[in-house]
Design a protein around this ligand. Structure first.
Ligand SMILES: Cc1ncc(COP(=O)(O)O)c(C=O)c1O
Length: 400
């Protein structure tokens, strides 16, 4: 079955939902049983066998199963766990793969809160983090220590947009596996969504989504998904069960609802973003447009090889810049509201200052800062370009 067809039908279960197209929202904490035998059986099936049967609200309802099954199918995963935000998907996935006394390798381009989790929290539990150059490729093999338990990638990085050579990383890392040791490779796959990249097929063990972005797609709910292969499943299941995170059923419903239109939305994000990126790279103020789908981007060849499309998030680096110039541009935008996050139907703008706000340690970012991060939404690109043109005029005027 092709991907767009999968997207429409994945996780649907007519029988389970009495023929209703969208799985209804099941609000549940207590689930009552007919008798002791029924309860013991439900417990055995849910907790030991990990079947999708009703046992207790925190352990999922049909509303959750629909989204889990759909993501598993799209990511090619053995199973998927749902969390209440993208960040908690990153942190729970890591917690499911490392123990005290172990070591984790993390890309230097990682989303800043994931980095803060490693430096400010995991370190307190005796887990050591080493950051690596996102472009390291097979060279990562040299960084593996006897206690390395996991490698965390994010491709492309959501501020600096380096595309990582996941197959080369996976091959070099998994070469260190033995009968008693499997080093887990995790990838934050939010930029591409499971529609445009399947990290498990590229050799990763875990694919993470901040489903808050493109899967929800309407800027009105927060969800994280952790799609795992058989090797990663037991560790992540144990962490999820021990910590007790659960996703609200309304959010799960919105996730599945968003998923059904992901293909048409992403196609338009890709098309609009490419038009805007091509225009931006001709502008005299702009030094670099960080967007892997542009042939001028250093990650273009890897993107062409491993991805089947691009989303709408990109970075801008200027030849000369200042805080005042960036402020003059941002504050006058009409179609690019200033806000965190991305992946909704609308365009957004935010300052980007990776060299200062993200303290990269393995491969410092030396481009002029601040730059900008743009999310290109579903508006007509001509209107977006018009708004950006006026914004760049304010930027240049403020720069003097
Ligand atoms: C790449 C990436 N991963 C994870 C997250 C976290 O997602 P959430 O905001 O849902 O916690 C974000 C949020 O911006 C992100 O950009």
């Amino acid at each position: 079955m092709k991907k767009n067809t999968k997207l429409i039908h994945a996780g649907q279960n007519k029988k389970r939902n009495s023929g209703i197209v969208n799985t209804p929202v099941y609000h549940a904490s207590t689930v009552v049983f007919d008798n002791m035998a029924h309860m013991m059986d439900a417990q055995e099936r849910n907790i030991k066998k990990r079947e999708k049967n009703l046992f207790y609200g925190r352990r999922g309802t049909p509303t959750h199963w629909t989204l889990q099954e759909a993501i598993s199918e799209l990511e090619g995963a053995a199973d998927t766990f749902l969390t209440p935000s993208g960040l908690s998907a990153c942190t729970m996935a890591i917690l499911g793969c490392v123990k005290a006394g172990q070591h984790i390798l993390v890309t230097d381009s990682v989303y800043e809160p994931t980095r803060n989790f490693c430096d400010g929290f995991l370190s307190g539990f005796g887990v050591e983090t080493t950051y690596f150059d996102p472009l390291i490729g097979a060279g990562i093999g040299a960084l593996i220590k006897p206690n390395t338990a996991a490698v965390f990638c994010e491709s492309p990085g959501s501020h600096t947009f380096e595309v990582q050579d996941l197959p080369a990383i996976a091959m070099a890392v998994h070469a260190h596996n033995t009968a008693s040791r499997h080093i887990m490779i995790l990838n934050d796959n939010t930029w591409a969504s499971p529609l445009y990249c399947q990290p498990l097929a590229l050799g990763c063990d875990v694919s993470i989504q901040a489903a808050t972005k493109y899967i929800v797609g309407h800027s009105d709910a927060m969800i994280g998904t952790i799609a795992v292969n058989e090797a990663a499943l037991p560790g992540v299941a144990k962490a999820m069960s021990a910590i007790g995170l659960t996703l609200g059923p309304d959010e799960a419903y919105l996730g599945t609802r968003g998923l059904r239109t992901l293909s048409v939305r992403l196609k338009q994000h890709h098309e609009n973003a490419l038009i805007v990126a091509r225009w931006l790279e001709q502008r005299p103020e702009v030094k670099r447009v960080l967007f892997p789908a542009l042939p001028s981007d250093p990650g273009y060849d890897l993107w062409k090889r491993d991805f089947s499309g691009a989303s709408g998030l990109m970075g801008l680096v200027f030849h000369r810049t200042s805080y005042e110039a960036i402020t003059a541009m941002i504050d006058g935008m009409e179609l690019f509201p200033l806000g965190f996050s991305w992946g909704g139907f609308e365009s957004l703008i935010a300052p980007s200052n990776p060299s200062r706000s993200v303290a990269r340690t393995a491969q410092p970012w030396t481009e002029p800062a601040p730059g900008l991060r743009l999310h290109i939404g579903l508006e007509d690109p001509e209107d977006l370009i018009d708004d950006l043109e006026k914004g760049l005029a304010r930027f240049s005027k403020a720069l003097g």
